[in-house]
Design a protein around this ligand. Structure first.
Ligand code: C2E
Ligand code: CA
Ligand code: CA
Length: 748
């Protein structure tokens, strides 16, 4: 039985492996044999099976109350039986011996099991386990010399100094044997999930408390049986505490929005499925990761509430596919039985197929899921078509461990998104990610989800000292590895497809900061780097415009830096996206100019307003006459096209002067300032007196909204120009910038 979670009720019972089947059969048989022998001996000796008279009636009444309470609670736990039932069983064991105790225990499990018909096989198993637990406790009592029966009850009058330890040992033996057997039978092979393990501890404490009540019940049963039913109150109260502990453990494994299991649950379940697959020998299991292609656009344009509704509908469709009654899946169709679904967060869902024949059948299942999500959705009168992409990874073909399987499914999903193929199966030869890079990718995704990635800002300054703008540069402090160079993690993000998420993050942070600066009277424009992947993502221009509107930032305050490589891949698509952005008033800057192969002629057709000469040409400017010639030509040609020219990587005064002489418009580099955190940038801007009256560096740029451009102009700069708050060039020669904490000294 592979139980899938339904609603808020997660059952973690494993699929039956042959080992678990053997264990169950052994338990049922040995319990049955023990019961028959016990009954036979009691009846042969002419003993009664259960006490008669008042005491019998009272115990029967208490049993009835407990059964009613268990049925009403509707419990369905994967470990542990009822605490109140156990306390009652132990009381009868102490007083009358193990045969009547087992009869009460069987009455409880049979009645509860019958009331909840579908749990009958589990009830039988629980009865058998309880019987063996009671047997173990009876054995410890017998070793201590106590062999109670209905005719010869072990009453408090017979108790001696050694009785208390004897009682404790019996209770512990009962708990240990019954709980261990139960755990072996119904706990998932991967172990109990960690939050559930926490609940298990409190479960154990409450169980001990329940068992400590047993001797008290014996005393009352002997001396005042009529008040015995009052024990139902503390028993039920403690039982409810157990039930709540379990409910809390379950909640930790659920996604609060959709009620689906969450990532943690999925990982536990995947681990268990992998272990089962290993036990089966030839077994395969597959993980399908599903992401919605335009969810963020829906969220940005229609709001989070609509986004949530959309996710609920998507969750519903996935659930139906998994159950086998979805539109894309005829009954018994594409999804193999045993499939379970989870929501991993954001717009990501996953479906685990614990048993598949091949990667092809997993791919078929993924196609069915994607097809079902592609049908139009009705969001309160609004019809939306949301496309989904899915990545498939199969064990053992693609990964041995659960985490790796998820990462590989992730890589495949992004390949499907990138190539717009709908579904992709992981292919190692197309995966440039080493395990280390995959780990970094997972960490980056986590860091983005938790806002642990920062933006630093590096000024672009004109030769008269005016601040022409700031470039936002991403910074990530990895908890174990320290600061990871942007070049390193951006390459990984680009090859895996996490790039759109990173760009969204950077845009969101940068625009939030621009809005804050504007409120503080600082109207400096900010440039954000975008990768070719972003430019080719459908709806990018519209999403940027929506984001600008949401932050109340004029388009002229945002600049996007793109590299020449964008033009090489798909010039037409790139031109369309860039025109779209320009029509919204966003300015474009061509980054790293000179490193690609595009000619300046192409530039005429592009709506760019700025050109950034790559650091490699600027570095050697003072000593290399060839570099100087390249820079001179570039500046002249760019100016003839009406473009502003910015030189990057300016580290010394000599280079600064050469650039000024060559007619460059602005510079960016450590000579002026390294990239700084937002707070430091604010102080830097204020120290320079950046404000609304200094003209920004603009040439003939027809696409820029005039009002926005005026808005985006920095404040006047003191005559001392760049030398006021400069920074010394760091000794580092790599592309990694100077540590931000390095002291900033005046230049010269
Ligand atoms: P880039 O766009 O060419 O950014 C300029 C790089 O040069 C930055 O490196 C900057 O810190 C560094 N730099 C600035 N002044 C000097 C200088 O005087 N000397 C030297 N040697 N280096 C200087 P960083 O921050 O390591 O970024 C490296 C690249 O990573 C960037 O190159 C850009 O391509 C990419 N990147 C950074 N942030 C983002 C982002 O938010 N999104 C995207 N798509 N790419 C980004
Ligand atoms: Ca850049
Ligand atoms: Ca650059």
């Amino acid at each position: 039985m592979q139980s899938a979670p339904s609603g808020s009720n997660i059952r973690l019972s494993p699929a039956h492996t042959w080992q678990s089947r053997v264990l169950r059969v052994t338990l049922l048989t040995s319990a049955g044999v023990a019961l028959l022998i016990g009954l036979g001996r009691v009846l042969a000796a002419g003993h009664a099976l259960f006490p008669a008279g008042e005491k019998g009636m009272v115990f029967a009444a208490l049993t009835g109350i407990i059964v009613a309470h268990l049925v009403a609670l509707g419990r369905d736990r994967w470990w542990g039986t009822s605490g109140s039932g156990s306390a009652l069983t132990l009381t009868i064991l102490l007083l009358y011996g193990w045969v009547p105790a087992v009869l009460v225990s069987l009455a409880v499990v049979t009645l509860v099991g019958t009331a909840r018909l579908e749990r009958c096989p589990q009830a039988a198993l629980q009865g058998a386990i309880d019987l063996l637990g009671v047997g173990a406790a009876a054995l410890t009592l017998a070793v201590g010399g106590a062999r109670p029966s209905v005719e010869n009850p072990w009453e408090p009058a017979d108790w001696q100094l050694t009785t208390l330890p004897q009682l404790l040992v019996a209770a512990l033996a009962y708990l240990l044997v019954s709980r261990t057997l139960l755990w072996l039978c119904v706990a998932p092979p991967g172990g109990i999930p960690s939050p559930a393990a926490g609940a298990l501890l409190s479960h154990g404490l409450v169980a001990v408390a329940l068992l400590c009540i047993a001797p008290l019940m014996v005393v009352v049963a002997v001396h005042k049986p009529v008040v015995l039913p009052l024990f139902a109150v503390p028993l039920i109260a403690l039982d409810c505490t157990l039930w709540m502990a379990r409910a809390r453990a379950e909640e930790q494994l659920l996604d609060p929005l959709t009620g689906m299991p969450n990532r943690q649950w999925l990982m536990e379940r995947t681990r268990a499925a992998l272990q089962e697959a290993r036990l089966r020998g030839e077994g395969r299991c597959a993980l399908i990761l599903i992401g919605l292609d335009s969810f963020r656009a829906v969220n940005d344009t229609l709001g989070h509430l609509t986004g949530d509704r959309l996710l609920l509908q998507v969750a519903d469709r996935i659930r139906r596919e998994v159950r086998g009654d979805g539109s894309a899946t005829p009954r018994g169709g594409a999804l193999p039985p045993g499939a379970v679904a989870a929501r991993l967060g954001g717009d990501e869902f996953a479906v685990l197929l614990p048993r598949v024949d091949s990667a092809t059948s997993a791919q078929r299942a993924a196609r069915a899921l994607v097809a079902s999500l592609g049908a139009p959705l009705d969001l309160e009168g609004l019809t939306l078509v949301v496309e989904a992409s899915a990545g498939v990874a199969v064990h053992p073909d693609h990964a041995a461990e659960a985490e790796d399987l998820l990462r590989r499914a992730d890589v495949a999903m992004y390949a499907a998104k990138r190539d717009r193929t709908g579904v992709e199966v992981y292919e190692s030869r197309r995966d440039v990610n080493t395990p280390d890079r995959l780990a970094l990718l997972g960490d980056l995704r986590h860091a983005l989800d938790n806002g642990e990635v920062d933006l630093h800002y590096q000024p672009k300054v004109r030769f008269d000292g005016a601040v022409a703008g700031l470039e936002a540069l991403v910074r990530w402090e990895h908890p174990d590895r320290g600061r990871v160079p942007p070049d390193e993690f951006i390459t990984i993000a680009e090859t895996s497809g996490l790039m759109p998420r990173l760009t969204e993050y950077v845009l969101e942070e940068a625009l939030g900061q621009v809005a804050r600066w504007r409120r503080a009277g600082l109207t400096v424009p900010v440039a954000v780097n975008v990768s070719p992947r972003d430019v080719f993502a459908p709806g990018f221009a519209g999403a940027v415009a929506a984001r600008l509107a949401r932050h109340g930032v004029p388009a002229g305050s945002l600049q996007l830096e793109i590299t020449e490589h964008v033009m090489l891949e798909d010039p037409q698509q790139a031109a369309d996206t860039l025109s779209g952005l320009a029509s919204h008033g966003v300015r474009m800057s061509l980054d790293d100019f000179g490193t690609g192969y595009s000619s300046l002629v192409h530039l005429r057709r592009l709506p760019v307003s700025e050109l950034k000469i790559d650091r490699s040409f600027v570095e050697g400017l003072a000593v290399d006459s060839e570099d100087a010639e390249i820079v001179r030509c570039t500046v002249e040609l760019a100016h003839s096209l009406g473009l502003v020219v910015v030189a990057e990587g300016v580290e010394d005064d000599e280079t600064w002067e050469r650039l000024r002489d060559l007619g460059c418009d602005a510079v960016q580099g450590w000579l002026v300032a390294a990239a700084m955190p937002a707070g430091e940038t604010t102080a830097w801007l204020l120290a320079r007196g950046s404000g609304p009256d200094t003209p920004a560096v603009t040439r003939d740029v027809p696409d820029v909204d005039a009002a926005d451009a005026a808005d985006a102009v920095p404040r006047p700069v003191p005559p001392a120009s760049r030398k006021v708050v400069g920074t010394s060039a760091p000794a580092a020669t790599s592309s990694a910038e100077a540590p931000d904490a390095s002291p900033r000294q005046p230049v010269r």
